[in-house]
Design a protein around this ligand. Structure first.
Ligand code: AP5
Length: 214
């Protein structure tokens, strides 16, 4: 099964992709995570990406298309994968179609995560993440047991640089301009399923599963 989770920053794509990936044993392909890992490793690509990400702008298409193109050819992707944060522009969506055709794979479903902007600001500004194991928290809705310490590995939690309010606002604007048109793009292809992403994470997971088995 090949799935795209499409939605604005903070709509819960990463939360659901992680969960579904573990349950179904499908690799979770997050371009955001790949880029952050390149930044941590200090690679050339990471240095280039950081200048865009810190400002809440999209990394150039050719960079992320190259990353995904390499990743989907790896052996663990042959039975399917979950795309989280890719594609994010029409040229990326077109490139994905070409990539999948060349590998004789096909896209099964695109889930559009629908939610109000005011809720997204609260989710993103309150998010805290573990830099070691990637576990995710929220200061109000999913607080760690001990303040700013990861429940799973005991590492100090951090706030992502792009979760500061001014950068969040830029990311939301960029989403509307560059990524929202993909909703119509995939609706026209007949692959779109809309989800109410304002529900609890458990309720969203249930809706997703139902749509997958329908
Ligand atoms: P990326 O890392 O992909 O960030 P994003 O798409 O902006 O999405 P987020 O990770 O912020 O949110 P999410 O929807 O995954 O929500 P989450 O589950 O974390 O990209 C970062 C940057 O990388 C981009 O700005 C760009 O610069 C670059 N980039 C990445 N891909 C690119 C591409 N293809 N092209 C070009 N540039 C690219 O949840 C958020 C919070 O809400 C958490 O605290 C969570 O606990 C909480 N939460 C989740 N679900 C619920 C729920 N149902 N109810 C209550 N709280 C919830």
């Amino acid at each position: 099964m090949i799935l795209i989770l499409l939605g604005p920053p903070g709509s819960g794509k990463g939360t659901q992709a992680k969960r579904l990936g573990v349950e179904e044993k499908w690799p979770h392909l997050s371009t955001g995570d790949m880029l952050r890992s390149a930044i941590t490793q200090g690679t050339q690509l990471g240095l280039k990406a950081k200048t865009f990400m810190d400002q809440g702008l999209l990394v150039p298409d050719e960079v992320v298309i190259g990353l995904i193109s390499e990743r989907v050819q790896q052996v663990d992707c042959k039975n399917g994968f979950i795309l989280d944060g890719f594609p994010r522009t029409i040229p990326q969506a077109v490139a994905l179609g070409v990539m999948l055709n060349a590998l004789s794979l096909h896209l099964d479903r695109v889930f559009s995560f629908e939610i109000k902007e005011s809720e997204l600001i609260n989710r993103l500004c309150g998010r805290r993440t573990c830099p070691k194991c990637g576990a995710m928290y929220h200061v109000e809705s999913v607080p760690p047991l001990q303040d700013m310490i990861c429940d799973q590995c005991g590492t100090g939690l951090v706030q992502r640089a792009d979760d500061q309010i001014d950068v969040v606002q830029r990311r939301l604007k960029v989403y509307q301009q560059e990524t929202a048109p993909l909703v119509d793009f995939y609706r026209k292809e007949g692959r779109l399923i809309c989800l109410d992403a304002a529900q609890s994470a458990n309720a969203v997971a249930l809706e997703l599963k139902k749509a997958l088995t329908a």
